[in-house]
Design a protein. Structure first.
Length: 108
């Protein structure tokens, strides 16, 4: 669903998206890390893809590793955005209370 898979996807895309879905599901309770993968078709019958699992794991691990590195690089700009937002909020709060105090002093 996340990858918007559809029946017109190619076999390699389907194979990889199936593997990605399984790996993502491993964070759920009772989904283990062991994976069995096979291809079943009316024409060719049943083909176990145990050798292909290593290649899929390497590709997946490389993609996830790259994504984790890129995410880490984004943390600094995101932190800067948060600091700026907090500073703006503090300035607004200060202005609000200064105005309240000024009105209170004028009224009393």
């Amino acid at each position: 669903m996340f990858e918007k898979h559809c029946p017109s996807n190619s076999y390699p895309d389907t194979l990889f998206l199936t593997y990605v879905a399984k790996r993502r599901a491993e964070v759920a309770p009772f989904v283990g890390k062991d994976t069995d993968l096979c291809l079943i078709s009316l024409k060719d019958g049943y083909v176990e893809l145990s050798k292909e699992l290593d290649a899929l794991k390497n590709v997946y691990d490389n993609i996830i590793g790259k994504a984790e590195r890129e995410t880490a690089e984004l943390k600094i700009p995101i932190q800067n955005i948060m600091i700026k937002a907090q500073d703006e909020l503090k300035a607004k709060e200060k202005k609000y209370w200064e105005e309240k105090i000024r009105k209170w002093e004028l009224s009393g």
